[in-house]
Design a protein around this ligand. Structure first.
Ligand code: PGA
Length: 261
């Protein structure tokens, strides 16, 4: 029996780059390419660009989301943004727990857990980022680290959340360094994550969680990562900023014919 082809998520994380004008120019180039792609193309835009991009991509195959949010429904939290505001602006997903948030803004697993719960209430699809530091990698602590992060960040979630949840394995040493993980590491770590998810939510539900890899993905190595069994997509920083390099990545899996594992 032929296996069903698996949806593949190509997520661009623009970080603190692109004005509304630059974002609009980019998206106009990507919309027609996404229309012909078998992948789900997602852009995590800066807050200011979310509403204009969501409007521009209405009825297209490009999905717009955010890079962070606060866990509270509303309140006196100067400078913060609530999930309901993102939703109103047209965001459909949100990256949570990115290593830059953990490193520069001291976000804890407990805080990220609250944000994930809030995102789910507001129908925003959470992309939880997890991954070890270089020291932890050297000391063979990577698995212990992602176990701790997954258990704390996903604590008290109902198994029905698996349908919405996306988890991106992003070793901190591979982010923005040009030093991507190897396919072997990605396979080992993502299948370990799947095992942990199965322990937490049951095997059937764990299969519904989309597992991504992120960290120095570029047009030259993207295909190799997409071919790793059990990997459902990529989270791309630097290479998502240039429409030509991003285009090369969203076009790849049309030929890869990845199968459900
Ligand atoms: P990078 O960023 O592709 O520039 O390494 C990845 C990320 O931040 O998720």
């Amino acid at each position: 029996m032929a296996k069903a082809s698996q949806p593949c998520f190509i997520v661009g994380n623009w970080k603190m780059y692109k004005t509304i004008e630059q974002a609009t120019e980019f998206i106009e180039k990507i919309i027609p390419l996404a229309a012909n792609s078998s992948n789900t193309v997602m852009i995590a835009a800066p807050y200011t660009a979310i509403a204009p991009l969501a409007k521009k991509t209405e009825g297209t195959k490009v999905v717009i989301g955010a890079q962070n949010m606060n866990d509270a429904s509303e309140g006196a939290f100067t400078g913060e943004v609530a999930a309901v505001m993102l939703q109103e602006a047209g965001a459909q997903f949100v990256i949570l727990g990115h290593s830059e948030r953990r490193l520069y803004f001291h976000e804890s697993d407990e805080f990220i857990n609250k944000k994930i719960k809030r995102a789910l209430i507001c129908n925003l699809r959470p992309i939880l980022c997890i991954g070890e530091t270089f020291e932890e990698h050297q000391q063979e602590q990577a698995k212990a680290k992602v176990k701790e992060q997954l258990e704390k960040c996903l604590a008290e979630l109902d198994k029905s959340a698996c349908q919405q949840l996306m988890v991106s394995y992003e070793p901190r040493w591979a982010i923005g360094t040009g030093l991507a993980a190897t396919p072997k590491i990605v396979q080992e770590m993502t299948s370990y994550c799947r095992e942990l998810l199965a322990e937490m939510f049951g095997e059937k539900e764990a299969k519904k969680v989309a597992l991504l890899y992120g960290g120095s993905v570029n047009p030259d190595n993207a295909e190799t990562f997409l071919q790793v069994p059990g990997v459902n997509g990529l989270l791309i920083g630097a290479a998502s900023l240039d429409p030509d390099s991003f285009a090369k990545i969203i076009e790849i899996p049309q030929n890869v014919q990845k199968q459900v594992v």
